[in-house]
Write a protein that binds this ligand. Structure first.
Ligand SMILES: Cc1ncc(COP(=O)(O)O)c(C=O)c1O
Length: 382
């Protein structure tokens, strides 16, 4: 491999949210969704050059960034995005919140498939809008929609559905059939879909392909807000930037209006990082995927041998949603953190305390150490 994903990098001195979370320094942090890998020089060198220019005034979005993003999305997914559809925002979560404000009037509701990354449920709360949850079914370890329940729960007050594809925390890459059925229900009920596809450039399972919700049919394209961005794939969470792709002019203009005076402008360096990521870091991404596939295989092999634990995915990304329902533990996350000293993300934050989410975007030796600890702690559990 050209890139060294085995390298251990100390992050405590960088004010890393991930690494400063646990007061017990023995705990290996494997919770929040950033990776412990170096960003490739294909991205960092142009950023350093930009710093060396020394002037950091207000900056327009480079057209070359939008062009590169469009080209990359076309080659990754086949979706031909028009440059006018793209609205850049400082981060995916900003996009979710503005989407809520744009689509929902007071009294309207969002439908949220749960368990899910908590900012999806926080967005309607932030915007003083309601929401209703539909529960994803655990089907042999894969999180799947319960279409009967969705059909029953959608009411005339539901105007927005939040889709997270690939799913966080489950890691499901939703299929053409699943997206088509979801699309049928949304069209029948006049629901606009905000589809967060921020994990879509890291599909791990061979034979699976990311399908943007908007590409299922013309209706979806006109009735959706798609969020994509480089932050998960290229480990750029510290430089927030995401694209909201909104083909419908009226929705797009409302969305842009709702950002005014509230949403900050985008960092100079985030523009450089995002453009270089999309244009020059393909080889890094390909090798990262290989490394993550191997980490995932190791995790699957060992976690599934631990009594009470079960894992199938993820089909994409670097987050494993571990089923702990058979452990008999009241708080599996507490057990992982306090007994195994492995700092997982508590499933309760996503809506199910009987699971934990473990971030395996780390050097193999760190993952091995975490697995040793998990095995030992569970073998000593009474
Ligand atoms: C599905 C999803 N959307 C958005 C985000 C956060 O995006 P940002 O940091 O760009 O706001 C995350 C981070 O984990 C995520 O998993």
């Amino acid at each position: 491999m050209k890139y060294n994903f085995d390298q251990i990098i100390s992050r405590r001195e960088t004010h890393s949210t991930k690494w400063l979370k646990f007061s017990d320094a023995e705990v290996i942090p494997m919770w929040i969704a950033d990776m412990d890998f170096l960003c490739p020089s294909e991205i960092t060198k142009p950023m350093i050059q930009r710093i060396d220019e020394g002037v950091f005034g207000y900056t327009d979005t480079p057209q070359s960034l939008t062009d590169t993003f469009i080209e990359k999305t076309k080659s990754n997914t086949g979706w031909q995005i028009d440059k006018d559809w793209v609205v850049w925002v400082p981060g995916g979560v900003v996009g979710l919140n503005v989407a809520c404000k744009t689509v929902l009037a007071p009294g309207d509701m969002a439908m949220i498939p749960s368990p899910i990354y908590a900012p999806f449920t926080e967005a309607p709360e932030n915007m003083e809008r309601g929401f209703v949850k539909t529960y994803l079914k655990d089907s042999n370890g894969r999180l799947e929609f319960d279409f009967d329940e969705i059909g029953t729960l959608l009411s005339e007050d539901t105007k927005l559905l939040f889709l997270c594809n690939p799913h966080n925390p489950g890691g499901s890459v939703f299929s053409q059939e699943e997206l088509t059925e979801l699309s049928r229900l949304c069209e029948e009920n006049g629901v606009i879909v905000c589809s967060d596809e921020i994990h879509s450039d890291l599909v791990l399972d061979e034979g699976l392909k990311h399908i943007p919700f908007a590409t299922i049919n013309e209706h979806n394209q006109e009735n959706s807000i798609t969020i994509m961005g480089p932050c998960k794939t290229y480990n750029l969470a510290g430089f927030p930037i995401a694209a909201a792709i909104i083909p419908n002019k009226e929705i797009r203009e409302d969305f842009v209006r709702n950002t005014k005076g509230i949403v900050s402008h985008i960092d100079n360096l985030a523009f450089v990082a995002a453009e270089r990521a999309y244009s020059d870091a393909d080889e890094w991404r390909a090798q990262l995927i290989q490394y993550l596939q191997a980490n995932k295989n190791l995790l699957l092999e060992r976690v599934n041998k631990v009594e009470g634990l079960s894992l199938k995915g993820p089909e994409a990304g670097f987050l494993a949603w571990i089923d702990c329902r058979n452990t008999g533990l009241n708080s599996p996350a507490d057990f992982f953190i306090q007994e195994a000293k492995v700092g997982v993300h508590d499933g309760a934050w996503f809506g199910d305390k009987n699971y934990v989410r473990l971030n395996f975007g780390c050097p193999r030796s760190v993952l091995e150490e975490a697995l040793n600890r998990i095995e030992k702690a569970f073998s000593q559990k009474n």
